[in-house]
Design a protein around this ligand. Structure first.
Ligand SMILES: Cc1cc2nc3c(=O)[nH]c(=O)nc-3n(C[C@H](O)[C@H](O)[C@H](O)COP(=O)(O)O)c2cc1C
Length: 426
């Protein structure tokens, strides 16, 4: 891997890097000097040129999203930061918040300046207690030093940031569920269009961005889009904090440019598969199609390679499974999770996720035939793309890929194949 300067994790091992003093001593808030010499539209163009893609899971180009905000409505414009991090197997935003809260504040200042917003909300998973304390402390420090508040550093630009604690519902990470929750309502996603950039929080134009998306912006402003695009690959520029969990000898997260071969990442950073050979990988959180060991051989850590392999980059946190993994039981975990977390407003999701869970329970209890396997696929077909948000698809995709690629793991439980059912699944 070519040498690179960490952008997102450079203060993770710096003593007091989370304080304003530590932040300023390590180049913090430097991008603002350049930011305030630019026009907001120039900032948007720079981020567009960097080809930064949203790190929350969907990978939508950030600069383009910002350009959708109408500037002529007479209404306030909001930024909502998605710090909910509820995706299974995903665990890097919480370290960003804990180790470098000022970097997020600097990213928020850049984004708000670009879209002409003077109020930002950070929607944080309620369980992130220590992160919330550090965020609030960072906001206090930044206010006192005039990095927030009125006329930031004499620029004429005003900004207030508020931290809002969520209550731990996965659906509140979905961007419009998040907005509903911020407004004090149950987190039920909204029908789009209108998109939040036009009608968002309190009916006003709103941008929702993930923590790492915003943390990537100060480096782009300070160093330019060209330097950013020179890292990684053409379609996946820059760096990311990639994670590994499951059957690896070394779980964790590492920042690096996009493009590393996945097996090098697994073997050199994850120190290889624990307890046996590689069987399967869910590459980006749990909401994407699973890959077989063979498919991982020529996979790289990039949006385009994941897509070419029929899956998604998602959050960039891979879940590793060894050869002894029972894929039927893994999928049962997922059906349980998604059925529990469905907000219930769309029938295909409310009924479909619960139906998949019941079918899998029947299969695992040795009470099903091949008919139930086919029914699982049929239910998945009726769940994907037929609901207000993609929670339903986020289960349908794993269901289809698990059954296609690891059907034997399910068939062994079918009535005619079952010798003995070890324990009943609830
Ligand atoms: C059910 C569900 C949960 C989600 N949870 C999160 C989350 O916890 N954090 C996040 O950044 N994005 C999450 N997303 C994606 C957001 O809807 C949205 O795409 C993202 O916040 C946009 O920011 P970005 O463009 O910077 O990636 C979730 C999506 C869905 C459908």
């Amino acid at each position: 891997m070519a040498d690179f300067e960490p952008q997102l994790t450079k203060r993770f091992n710096v003593k007091d890097g989370h304080t304003l003093k530590g932040y300023l001593a390590t180049g913090g808030y430097e991008s603002l000097k350049k930011l305030f010499t630019m026009k907001p539209t120039e900032v948007i163009e720079e981020v567009k040129a960097s080809n930064l893609k949203g790190r929350g899971g969907a990978g939508f180009p950030t600069g383009m999203k910002w350009s959708f905000v109408p500037q002529n409505t007479g209404k306030p414009i909001y930024l909502a930061v998605n710090a909910d991090e509820g995706e299974p197997g995903t665990f890097t935003d919480r370290y960003m918040l804990f180790n470098d809260p000022h970097l997020l504040l600097e990213g928020i200042i850049c984004a708000c300046f670009a879209i002409n917003s003077h109020t930002a909300y950070i929607y944080v998973r309620g369980e992130f207690y220590e992160q919330i304390q550090r965020l609030n402390a960072a906001i206090d420090e930044a206010k006192k030093a005039n990095y927030l508040g009125k006329n930031i550093q004499g620029s004429g630009f005003d900004l207030e940031i508020y931290v809002h604690r969520g209550a731990g519902a996965y659906i509140c990470g979905e961007e419009t569920g998040l907005l509903e929750s911020l407004e004090g309502k149950p987190g039920k996603p909204r029908i789009k269009p209108p998109f939040p950039a036009v009608v968002g929080l309190f009916g006003c134009p709103t941008i929702i961005n993930n923590v790492k998306t915003l943390c990537s912006v100060p480096w782009i402003i300070a160093n330019g889009a060209k330097a950013y695009a020179a890292l990684g690959t053409q379609e996946s520029p820059g760096t990311h904090v990639f994670g590994l969990s499951g059957h690896v000898n070394q779980t964790g997260y590492w920042e690096m440019p996009f493009g590393m071969p996945f097996m090098d990442f697994l073997n050199n950073y994850g120190k290889g598969v624990k307890g046996g050979k590689l069987k399967a990988v869910i590459p980006g959180g749990s909401s994407c199609p699973v890959l077989t060991a063979q498919e991982c051989e020529d996979l790289t850590l990039s949006y385009e390679s994941m897509k070419a392999h029929g899956t998604m980059f998602g959050t960039g946190c891979g879940i590793i499974m060894n050869e002894h993994t029972d894929m039927a039981k893994v999928l049962k975990n997922l059906t349980h999770f998604y059925s529990h977390e469905s907000c219930g407003q769309c029938t295909p999701c409310r009924e479909g996720t619960a139906w998949e869970d019941r079918l899998l329970k029947k299969i695992l209890n040795g009470e099903a035939t091949a008919k139930e396997l086919d029914l699982m696929l049929e239910v998945a077909d009726n769940m994907e793309g037929k609901t207000i948000c993609v929670l339903s698809s986020a289960l349908a995709m794993p269901v289809r890929s698990f059954l296609k690629k690891f059907r034997g793991d399910f068939e062994k439980y079918l009535v005619k194949n079952t010798v003995a059912v070890p324990e009943k699944v609830q």
